[in-house]
Design a protein around this ligand. Structure first.
Ligand SMILES: Nc1ncnc2c1ncn2[C@@H]1O[C@H](COP(=O)(O)OP(=O)(O)OP(=O)(O)O)[C@@H](O)[C@H]1O
Ligand SMILES: CC(=O)N[C@H]1[C@@H]2OC[C@@H](O2)[C@@H](O)[C@@H]1O[C@H](C)C(=O)O
Length: 427
């Protein structure tokens, strides 16, 4: 008993000086002290202006996008500024290691475990490198918001195990980033989305509404990354009609064919696609995949859209011996055709303006086909909105980090009203 009283006195003396009010508005003493980590979090949360880093390393495995942003406010009142942005390409050995486990049903569990720690530490090194290059001390950064590296995405619609929930796995643990950089890190955003009933993706909605919504303009923010996804923002400002969904393959099949048949990472400026011819029977076989008829919102990944699926479509259409350049042309046309079909079937195309981002927005063959298939729709890249197309997803995670620190859960479209992300501290 004596010990307990002493302990309570200790807790009271250690309690930090915050004013807590009871329901009658009177000041009361806090019951418990905040430890130094919670104190740090509290200090960051109450800052009017926060500086945060958003990290994205997507399904293309091309590198780590690092966006340094400044935020004021939260939710629909957020104001942000992109201060610095850089993509640091992954060296070949890391790409190779991640590719060994990425989107594979059977993988070396030791490698997964090693990479979880390694990628966290490696991303921390890249952040410190970028900050050093920019001349910004880590102490000036309030938080890091890290997406991690997706290694497997398994919504029910893909895994078909009726007893199991939607699931997804991102590695590159946040503790390693926080300890190595000394900066509070928020990570693993997708689990909460699933826990609250979603598929863990796309999370783009939260940033797209903020970056792209304009009353009176019928807009789509289209991201052509490894997988293509979009957010539709109807001009009437009715948030219940907002739609955010994956569409199908972006660059993932094009990149896979380039790696396999041309020993190159991607089809730079579409030089291969332009040298080939689109094979119509194969294109139609690919477009006949049942995923495209599933109702949105929906998510997918290279777990489904991979060269095995292409081989099946080749078999079904009798195009097994197609020339590799024709294959790249056809896969590029497939990306454009599946996006155009989704837009035509699900979105009001009256006065529609599409703002494209992601590496695929720099694929001239895909963009030209898309424009041809959507006549009357304006298609520009997201620079027109003042958003660097390469930085958009990293900015999104920085925004989600800002929300995790100071936002309120809000529901938009079909998305659950939750704050996402887990906190990691340097000590
Ligand atoms: N000049 C270019 N010409 C053609 N394609 C390009 C060009 N530049 C980038 N790309 C494509 O963009 C890809 C990288 O895109 P991005 O960085 O948006 O992908 P990601 O972030 O990994 O994807 P996700 O959004 O699925 O997570 C490259 O692999 C390539 O296919
Ligand atoms: C599981 C996963 O990593 N999904 C990514 C991927 O890349 C594009 C598309 O598939 C999208 O659903 C998502 O990323 C973006 C950033 C999102 O969540 O909005």
């Amino acid at each position: 008993m004596r010990f307990q009283n002493k302990y309570i006195r200790y807790l009271q003396s250690a309690a930090i000086k915050i004013t807590f009010k009871n329901s009658a508005g009177k000041n009361v003493k806090p019951m418990l002290p905040l430890n130094s980590n919670l104190q740090q979090l509290f200090n960051i949360a109450k800052k009017t202006t926060k500086t945060g880093i958003g990290l994205m390393s997507g399904t293309s495995l091309d590198g780590l996008d690092i966006a340094l942003c400044r935020f004021t406010g939260n939710g629909l009142n957020t104001r942000f500024e992109l201060l610095k942005f850089i993509t640091i390409p992954y060296p070949e050995d890391i790409k190779h290691d991640v590719q060994q486990i990425f989107a594979k049903r059977l993988a070396d569990l030791e490698k997964v475990t090693l990479l979880n720690a390694y990628i966290g530490t490696y991303h921390a090194e890249l952040i410190l490198q970028a900050l050093n290059q920019w001349g910004i001390p880590p102490a000036e950064v309030d938080f890091i918001a890290s997406h991690g590296q997706t290694i497997y995405h398994a919504p029910k619609r893909l895994h078909h195990h009726t007893n199991y929930p939607n699931a997804t796995l991102q590695i590159g643990d946040g503790d390693h980033i926080a300890v190595k950089t000394g900066i509070v890190t928020i990570s693993d955003f997708r689990q909460k989305h699933i826990a609250a009933g979603g598929e863990g993706a796309p999370l783009a909605l939260y940033g797209d509404v903020l970056l792209g919504n304009k009353t009176g303009e019928n807009r789509v923010l289209l991201n052509i990354g490894g997988i293509a996804n979009l957010t539709w923002l109807p001009g009437d400002g009715d948030f219940s009609r907002v739609l955010c969904t994956d569409i199908g393959p972006g660059n993932t099949l094009i990149d896979a064919a380039c790696r396999t048949y041309f020993n190159q990472a991607f089809d730079e400026d579409s030089s291969i696609a332009f040298s080939g011819t689109v094979n119509k029977p194969l294109l139609n076989a690919l477009l006949a995949h049942p995923f495209f008829a599933e109702k949105a919102p929906k998510t997918t990944g290279p777990e489904l859209f991979n060269l095995a699926l292409v081989a099946e479509a080749q078999k079904a259409s009798g195009t097994e011996n197609i020339d590799p350049a024709d294959l790249v042309s056809t896969l590029s046309a497939f990306t454009a055709a599946s996006i155009a079909r989704f837009v035509n079937e699900n979105i009001d195309i009256n006065d529609l303006k599409i703002f494209a981002s992601g590496g695929g927005a720099r694929n001239p063959f895909v963009v030209a086909k898309l424009k041809k298939l959507l006549p009357g729709v304006s298609i520009e890249d997201s620079n027109t909105l003042g958003i660097d197309p390469d930085a958009k997803e990293a900015i999104l995670f920085a925004l989600l980090g800002n929300e995790a620190l100071s936002g309120q859960p809000v529901s938009i479209g079909n998305n659950p009203a939750v704050l996402m992300g887990k906190f990691s501290f340097a000590v």
